[in-house]
Design a protein around this ligand. Structure first.
Ligand SMILES: Nc1ncnc2c1ncn2[C@@H]1O[C@H](COP(=O)(O)OP(=O)(O)OP(=O)(O)O)[C@@H](O)[C@H]1O
Ligand SMILES: [Mg+2]
Length: 279
């Protein structure tokens, strides 16, 4: 039996007009929600430690982290300065190696890959957005966006490229060099560059850290749309509770360990958690 009475309003349907009511017909109700299948974990860390240096100078940047990031979700990685956020992200993206533990991208255990295979995996399956845009100053916006594909000797899928350009709203700026673009526009080019190869996952390390709040909001809205509409998977480091509120999940690090998480975070719930963390 369907839940809800006949007066139940179905979301998205226009209300029935009063001129021609059909009182004997029961309203169309959505079916009971099917059980949601578990999402695929795109990137995972299991018991990961990372030690920089040795002896007295050793820094335990990651002290046993186990976490998974699921397909089609937008996750914020948060925690105090020095808690290991960038280190974890670099290890997940294959930009750095772990001391012990396992990092997986899809079914691939990164430690088992040779240099060539790792380079290929980074190029084809991972996108990275840095705080400091990292665009090539002599290339225009379009060339910067398509650079990773050009380096790989691949042609961009034109339809997809068009969709990315329109989503980042940079069609009128494609022939501008980075110096002719605002900070927000430059970061949108960097995000577009991460998206054009359709990576399985995008890691963004404080992508709004160098932007004012309006440009930051643009980037966050764009990343959220990439997840909602283009089915991207995004993991973003941020210090900002407002930025975390754009995501589906906030994961907290403290002293190189996972220190809780929040589903559907709000600026207030994240703020509370950070206050309790003492950061
Ligand atoms: N290359 C390195 N050599 C030595 N120590 C390092 C290196 N990189 C990071 N660390 C140390 O590892 C710890 C974690 O650093 P990490 O950059 O991951 O922190 P974070 O959470 O990203 O901080 P922030 O919010 O300031 O960016 C810190 O104590 C840092 O000093
Ligand atoms: Mg960092």
């Amino acid at each position: 039996m369907l839940a809800g009475g006949p007066e139940r309003r179905v979301e998205g349907m226009t209300p029935t007009t009063t001129t021609n009511p059909a009182p004997t017909r029961s309203p169309r109700l959505p079916p009971d929600p099917a059980p949601v299948p578990p999402r695929r974990v795109v990137a995972g860390a299991t018991d990961v430690t990372k030690v920089y240096g040795a002896g007295d100078a050793a820094v335990h940047a990651l002290a046993g982290v186990t976490v998974g990031f699921e397909a089609g979700r937008f996750t914020a990685l948060m925690g105090p300065s020095g808690s290991g956020k960038s280190t974890l992200m670099h290890c997940l993206a294959g930009l750095d190696t772990v001391t012990t533990g396992v990092i997986t991208i899809g079914d691939a255990d990164l430690a088992t890959l040779g240099d060539k295979a790792l380079t290929r995996l980074r190029r084809d399956r991972i996108g990275f957005v840095f705080q400091s845009f990292n665009l090539i100053p002599t290339l225009d916006a379009l060339e910067n966006m398509t650079l990773p594909l050009s380096l790989a000797g691949r042609r961009p899928d034109r339809t997809w490229l068009d969709q990315v350009i329109d989503t980042v709203g940079l069609r009128a700026r494609l022939d501008h060099r980075p110096s002719e673009l605002s900070g927000g526009q430059q970061q949108r080019v960097a995000v577009a560059r991460a998206l054009v190869s359709r990576p399985e996952i995008i890691f963004a390390d404080e992508p709004t850290g160098n932007l004012d709040s309006r440009a930051g909001a643009e980037i966050l809205t764009f990343l959220r749309n990439a997840v909602r509409e283009l089915d991207q998977t995004v993991v973003m480091v941020t210090h900002d509770p407002t930025a975390a509120a754009y995501t589906d999940r906030a994961v907290f690090l403290a002293d190189g360990r996972i220190d809780g998480e929040l589903a559907d975070p709000t600026a207030a719930s994240v703020g509370d958690h950070l206050t309790r963390q003492g950061s």
